[in-house]
Design a protein around this ligand. Structure first.
Ligand SMILES: [Zn+2]
Length: 280
C-alpha cells in the first residue's frame, strides 16, 4: 500500500480509497459568488483556490473485485481540465497504487463509474485499451445519453470517445438505468442530481455498510445544506437524493466516502444532517 491509500474493513469486505491527485478549485466557480453563498460558508473567501483530492476505490468482497471511479491524474491535467498548485507532486498513478495493494488489473471483475465527469472515469483505459481487461464496466445510462456526452462520443478526439468509447468498442460497457445488485452485498443505485444518472455504490457485509457516493457531496457543507448545489447540477433532484441518502446512511451508521473528501459518517441533530469525519 502507498501512503495515498486508506483501507477500511466492512464486515468481511474491504474498501480501499486511493488518492490519485489534488484538484484545485475555486468555490465561487463551483457554487457562484460569495455574496450569494455567504450563508453556507461564513467568512470563507470563495475566490481562493482550494485543494480537493480526487479518489479512486477498490472493493474486495468474496469473489468480487470492483474498481470504482478509476481516475488518471495525468489525463486530468490537460489544458481543458483542472490546474493544480505550483510545486505540487501528485501520488503515484492508480495502476501503481493498485499493484502496491496487491491488485492485478486482470483480476478486477467490475468497474463502476458513479457519474460521467472526467475526473471519475479518466482511468478506464490505459494505452488505448480497457485498463481492466476482464471487467464489466457499469456506467450511468442517463449520463451516457445526455446530448453533450452523445455529441462528444461522435468526436474521436473527445475524452469520452478515447476512454469509454474504447470500452464500448471492446464490448465491455454496460450502461445501467436503475438499481443493480452485483452479489456479495454490493449494490449500484441511482442518486441523481449532480448528473442525471449519478449513482452510488453500496457495500454491505454483516451489520456494517459503506457507501461510495461519488459527487453526491463535494464538501461537508453540502451534507448539512442539501440544497447547496454546484452550478451544473439539478438542484431539486440533488436535494431529494441527499435527503433520501442521509436518512439511510444515518439509520445504518454507514461509512460514507465521497469522491473528493475523507471518509465520514452522517448523523442527525434533530432534523438536520451533520457530517463527522472518520478518525484516521
Ligand atoms: Zn468529481
Amino acid at each position: 500500500m502507498t501512503p495515498a491509500a486508506v483501507s477500511f474493513r466492512i464486515g468481511d469486505a474491504r474498501v480501499t480509497s486511493f488518492d490519485v491527485g489534488d484538484l484545485s478549485l475555486r468555490l465561487d466557480e463551483v457554487f457562484g459568488p460569495s455574496s450569494v453563498n455567504a450563508r453556507y460558508f461564513g467568512g470563507r473567501d470563495l475566490t481562493v483556490p482550494e485543494a480537493f483530492p480526487t479518489k479512486s476505490f477498490f472493493v474486495a468482497s468474496g469473489p468480487l473485485m470492483v474498481v470504482v471511479d478509476p481516475s488518471d491524474y495525468g489525463r486530468l491535467l490537460s489544458p481543458d481540465h483542472f490546474k493544480t498548485r505550483a510545486g505540487y507532486v501528485s501520488p503515484p498513478p492508480l495502476e501503481v497504487q493498485l499493484a502496491a495493494a496487491g491488485v492485478a488489473p486482470e483480476s478486477v471483475t467490475h468497474v463502476v463509474v458513479t457519474h460521467l465527469h472526467f475526473d471519475h472515469y479518466a482511468g478506464v483505459t490505459k494505452g488505448g485499451a480497457p485498463a481492466f481487461p476482464s471487467a464489466r464496466y457499469i456506467i450511468p445510462a442517463k449520463d451516457w445519453a445526455t446530448p453533450e456526452v452523445a455529441e462528444a462520443r461522435k468526436r474521436g478526439d473527445a475524452d469520452v470517445a478515447q476512454t469509454l468509447g474504447v470500452v464500448e468498442a471492446a464490448g465491455k460497457l454496460e450502461p445501467l438505468d436503475g438499481p443493480l445488485g452485483l452479489g456479495g452485498g454490493l449494490t449500484v443505485e441511482p442518486y441523481p442530481g449532480e448528473t442525471p444518472g449519478h449513482q452510488v455504490v453500496g457495500v454491505r457485509s454483516g451489520s456494517e455498510s459503506c457507501y461510495l457516493v461519488g459527487d453526491l457531496y463535494h464538501l461537508a457543507e453540502e451534507v448539512e445544506h442539501p440544497e447547496l448545489a454546484a452550478a451544473w447540477a439539478d438542484a431539486g433532484a440533488l436535494a431529494a437524493s441527499r435527503r433520501r441518502f442521509s436518512e439511510r446512511a444515518a439509520a445504518e451508521r454507514a461509512l460514507v466516502i465521497p469522491g473528493h473528501l475523507p471518509a465520514g459518517r452522517i448523523s442527525f441533530k434533530g432534523s438536520f444532517p451533520t457530517w463527522t469525519e472518520e478518525p484516521a
